[in-house]
Design a protein. Structure first.
Length: 459
């Protein structure tokens, strides 16, 4: 699906590993004990000695290759403020041009709605920039740009008062989640505490589709080759490209097992829908907007994703909330990365039914949030390389992979994830206990005798 030239929601969401440490090898085949590693972003003399032992624990299995480096995507920051205007679609069985069917891509009905949108734009002094029909919500979304110095809230209020408008909203801004502290603080890979090898004796995520709504995924990476079954681009004015954040999140979820290089994903036989809704910025953060995220969510729902991972956060958004409600009503597991700097962890983590995840820390997670490994996570980066990443983005990816394992084991009878997740004494997700099958623990999990924890209460 190709998005319109200008999108219905241009407020940026950010997703990116800025501030993360990155480990790369000077040449293929180096081991963690060879001393042939180059660090980016930190003084080698200050950290190398203490870090080497920790890294050997985490990345002894890595076959690190190549020098680290990704050309940043071109940002589109020159756009004026935008608003989204929703006009109602006719019922799905009827098309205004006299035909019957489920397509809203053409016909007199669409032209009539465009005429209304042009009238609204002229009446309110706005510039119509693009449109996108959304049959799942029964609306046709139009993007309108505000002139300089125009107040967005006043424009939205005036548009919403028009009887022809279903609703109007401003463009929202979201950020992909990352850790701003020193990512070398400690190593918390999932392989040992989550006992991935034992879990994979029971389940590998076979047959489960996970939608990664993020920046671009490098589907040619050795750890991701063959893992991506659907690749779509919803970023306007840019071709699809492989980027750091999306590639790292995808590999945590579903990196290949047994290929002799790199890492093993939590669900190595799950299959990915790589839905690029964010663009990498020069500072390596990733920017998303309401329309690109809405298009990706709509696509994931229509193409029957069973798990959706959203490693990003921002303000509440009505359009995205409506799509999340549809996904949850269709029994799709939705995982969101929480931002502790935002109320209730930010949106979409704060949305009812979404599994809100933070990076595991020494203290218990705040009420309403689940904790998972998210510090110094070895993962893939574009160009056949590997690196370390930290932040709730990668904690959320762990839980998305775990839910794919649960889907394989329980199929359509899988209980809602809030009712199925089990936490240990520290408040972190206990993967083995979560995957208990027929009252028998999936692996040697210390809290397997406990009943599944109730969903954490929202603050």
């Amino acid at each position: 699906m190709t998005p319109p030239r200008s999108a219905c929601g241009a407020a940026p969401f950010y997703a990116g590993p800025r501030g993360d440490a990155q480990l790369s090898s000077e040449r293929p085949g180096d081991s963690c004990s060879s001393g042939q590693h180059r660090w980016t972003g930190f003084s080698r003399s200050a950290v190398f000695t203490g870090l080497l032992a920790a890294m050997c624990r985490v990345v002894a299995m890595l076959a690190l290759g190549g020098a680290l480096g990704v050309a940043p995507a071109v940002a589109a920051d020159d756009e004026p403020p935008q608003v989204l205007v929703m006009l109602e679609l006719p019922p799905p069985h009827f098309r205004a041009d006299g035909g019957y069917g489920g397509s809203y891509a053409d016909g007199a009905g669409r032209q009539a709605r465009r005429r209304v949108a042009h009238e609204l734009a002229q009446a309110h002094g706005l510039q119509l920039q693009g449109d996108w029909p959304m049959p799942l919500l029964g609306v046709h979304c139009f993007v309108m740009a505000l002139p300089p110095q125009r107040d967005t809230a006043q424009a939205v209020q005036a548009l919403a008062a028009d009887r022809r408008v279903a609703w109007a909203q401003p463009m929202q801004e979201f950020r992909a989640q990352r850790d701003e502290t020193d990512p070398l603080y400690r190593v918390q890979p999932a392989a040992e505490p989550w006992q991935l090898q034992a879990l994979h004796q029971r389940a590998t995520g076979r047959g489960v589709q996970v939608a990664v709504i993020d920046s671009g995924v490098d589907d040619r990476h050795p750890d991701l080759a063959g893992q991506v079954v659907r690749r779509e681009n919803f970023v306007r004015r840019q071709a699809y490209q492989a980027e750091q954040h999306g590639t790292g999140v995808a590999a945590v979820i579903a990196a290949r097992a047994g290929n002799g290089v790199g890492i093993v994903g939590v669900a190595p036989q799950a299959r990915l829908q790589a839905l690029r809704a964010c663009r990498q910025q020069p500072d390596e953060a990733s920017r998303c907007d309401t329309l690109s995220l809405a298009q990706a969510l709509h696509h994931a729902i229509e193409h029957e994703a069973q798990v959706i991972n959203l490693s990003l956060a921002g303000p509440p958004d009505r359009l995205l909330a409506r799509l999340l409600d549809i996904a949850l009503a269709r029994d799709i597991d939705v995982v969101g990365a929480a931002d502790l700097g935002l109320p209730q962890g930010g949106f979409p983590a704060s949305h009812p039914g979404v599994i809100a995840v933070v990076a595991q820390a020494r203290q218990r997670p705040p009420a309403g949030l689940w904790a998972a490994p998210g510090q110094d996570i070895p993962t893939a980066t574009p160009g056949g390389r590997w690196t370390l990443r930290s932040g709730s983005s990668f904690a959320a990816a762990h839980v998305a992979g775990l839910l794919a394992l649960r889907r394989e084991l329980h199929g359509p009878r899988a209980p809602r994830p809030h009712a199925a997740l089990v936490s240990d004494a520290s408040g972190a997700v206990d993967a083995c206990a979560t995957l208990r099958v027929m009252n028998a623990c999936a692996c040697g999990c210390p809290s397997a005798s406990a009943e599944p924890a109730a969903a954490p209460a929202r603050p």
